[in-house]
Design a protein around this ligand. Structure first.
Ligand code: NDP
Length: 399
C-alpha cells in the first residue's frame, strides 16, 4: 500500500513501529528517523526479516531543511510525528513544503512556556487545505482514542451529549519510588500545571491537584483521581456540539504525589534555566536525565490501565449515561512489543491514524482533530490491533 516516515524513536514510536510491521499490507516501507540514530538501528535490527522494509536515518526535527531533505528523499505518504510536542510546527512546515500528510499525538508546546494549546497548529488549516494534504492532530490515546470514543457516542448513542468525564487510570506498578511512564519532562510539565475544565462555555481554572475524587474502575478497582487540564478538552469543547461540561481525571498514587511535591518544593521541576558551574541548566531537564527512562519500565511494570470516557446526555428524549473504555495489561503489552501499556496505548492509535490516512479511509485536506472524522473504522481497528473497547450503560458517575 505505501510508505510512512516515523520521527522519534522513544517509547511511543517503538510501539507504533512494531504495529506498522504487524500491518505490512498497509505499511510496506517505513523510515525511522530520530535524533539518536543508534536507537533506530537497534529497532530495525530487532524487526528486520518481516514483510515491512525498514530504513533508518538521523534527523534533527527542529530543523525544517533537514526534515524537507529527508521527506523528499523517502517520499512517504504520511509523516508520524512521535518525537516531542516542541517539534510539531517544524514537522508541519516540512509536510507543507513537500505535500505530505501529517499526524501527531500531542499538541504544540513552546519549549520555554509550559502551555499547550491548539491555536498554533489550527493556524495551519488553510495552508494544509490549499496544499490538498491532511494533518491529523492527537492520534494517541488521550488525546486520540478519547476523541474517537466521543465521536462514536455522538454518532450512535446520543442525540445530545451534555457532559463528558475522561478517566485515565494507571494501576501499573514499576517498583521504583518515583518514575514517569512517558517522557518525564512532558509528564511533569503537565501535572504541575494548574487544572481546568470546561463548563457552560468557559474554562474554570483550579490549583494543581485541587479536585480529587475516588472512582471504582472496572478491572482495576478503587483509585484516587485528580482533575487536570488536558489538551483534548479544548477541541472536544468545540467539536461535540451542545456539550456543557468536560473534565479530565487521572489517577496518581500517594508516593508519586509526595515525591513530586518535594521535587517541586526544591525547584527541580522548574523550566527556568539556572546557572550551574558557569553554564545554564534547566532543572526539569536535569531531573529527566536522572529519572528512569520510561522505555526501560516495560519489563518491571505489572498491572493494568483503564482509560475511557463517561458520557451523560439524552437519547429519544430520555436521560442516558454510557461509559466506553479500554483496559490494557502492562505485561501483555511487554510480551507483545517490549513496552509497557502507556506507550502501547499511544503507539497503537498512532499506527491506526496513519493507516486511516494511507488507505484514504479518512480523506479530507486540512488540519483536523481526531473526533472530526468518522469514528467507526477507527473503533473497528482498535478491536483488531490490540486495544479492544467495552461499553457499559448506567456506569458509576464521578460527582
Ligand atoms: P520519548 O522521550 O520516549 O521519545 C521521544 C523521541 O523523540 C526520542 O527518540 C527522542 O530522541 C526524539 N526526539 C526528541 N527531540 C528530537 C529532535 N529534535 N529531533 C529528532 N528526534 C527527537 O517520548 P515518548 O515516546 O514517551 O512520547 C512521544 C510523544 O508522545 C510525546 O509528544 C508525548 O507527549 C506523546 N504522548 C502522547 C500520549 C497520548 O495519549 N496522546 C501519551 C503519551 C505520550 P532521543 O532518543 O535522542 O532522545
Amino acid at each position: 500500500m505505501g510508505k510512512a516516515l516515523i520521527i522519534g524513536c522513544g517509547g511511543v514510536a517503538s510501539v507504533a513501529i512494531h504495529k506498522c510491521c504487524q500491518n505490512s499490507e498497509v505499511f510496506e516501507e517505513i523510515m525511522i528517523a530520530s535524533r539518536t540514530k543508534s536507537k533506530c538501528d537497534a529497532l530495525k535490527e530487532k524487526l528486520d526479516g518481516g514483510k515491512t522494509k525498514i530504513y533508518t536515518a538521523r534527523v534533527d526535527a527542529d530543523n525544517v531543511d533537514e526534515l524537507i531533505a529527508l521527506i523528499d528523499g523517502f517520499k512517504p505518504d504520511v509523516v508520524l510525528n512521535l518525537a516531542l510536542p516542541y517539534q510539531d510546527l517544524t514537522i508541519m512546515d516540512a509536510c507543507l513544503a513537500t505535500g505530505t500528510n501529517y499526524l501527531d499525538t500531542a499538541n504544540y508546546e513552546p519549549p520555554d512556556t509550559a502551555k499547550f494549546e491548539y491555536k498554533w497548529q489550527w493556524a495551519y488549516r488553510d495552508r494544509f487545505k490549499k496544499a490538498g494534504i491532511t494533518a491529523l492532530l492527537g492520534s494517541g490515546f488521550d488525546p486520540g482514542v478519547t476523541g474517537v470514543f466521543s465521536a462514536y457516542a455522538q454518532k450512535h448513542l446520543f442525540d445530545e451529549i451534555h457532559e463528558i468525564d475522561i478517566l485515565d487510570a494507571n494501576a501499573g506498578d514499576h517498583g521504583y519510588p518515583f518514575a514517569t511512564n512517558f517522557n518525564p519532562e512532558i509528564n511533569i510539565r503537565e501535572v504541575t500545571a494548574k487544572g481546568s475544565y470546561w463548563e457552560n462555555g468557559k474554562w474554570i481554572e483550579t490549583e494543581p491537584m485541587e479536585i480529587k475524587r475516588v472512582y471504582n474502575f472496572p478491572e482495576i478497582g478503587e483509585k484516587d483521581i485528580y482533575l487536570l487540564h488536558h489538551e483534548e478538552l479544548e477541541s472536544l469543547a468545540l467539536n461535540i456540539k451542545g456539550v456543557r461540561r468536560i473534565r479530565f481525571f487521572m489517577t496518581f498514587g500517594q508516593s508519586y504525589l509526595t515525591h513530586l511535591k518535594c521535587l517541586e518544593n526544591v525547584g527541580m521541576t522548574s523550566i527556568e534555566p539556572i546557572m550551574f558551574e558557569g553554564r545554564p541548566v534547566v532543572p526539569l531537564q536535569f531531573l529527566k536525565a536522572v529519572l528512569p527512562d520510561p522505555a526501560t519500565l516495560g519489563p518491571r511494570t505489572r498491572g493494568k490501565t483503564n482509560i475511557g470516557c463517561i458520557f451523560k446526555g439524552i437519547k429519544d428524549g430520555k436521560p442516558r449515561t454510557h461509559y466506553i473504555y479500554n483496559v490494557c495489561d502492562h505485561q501483555e503489552c511487554y510480551r507483545e512489543v517490549g513496552s509497557q501499556a502507556i506507550s502501547y496505548t499511544t503507539g497503537v492509535p498512532a499506527m491506526i491514524g496513519a493507516m486511516m490516512l494511507m488507505t484514504k479511509t479518512w480523506d479530507k485536506p486540512g488540519v483536523y482533530n481526531i473526533e472530526e472524522f468518522d469514528p467507526d473504522p477507527f473503533m473497528d481497528a482498535l478491536n483488531k490491533w490490540g486495544l479492544p473497547w467495552q461499553q457499559i450503560e448506567n456506569p458509576e458517575l464521578v460527582d
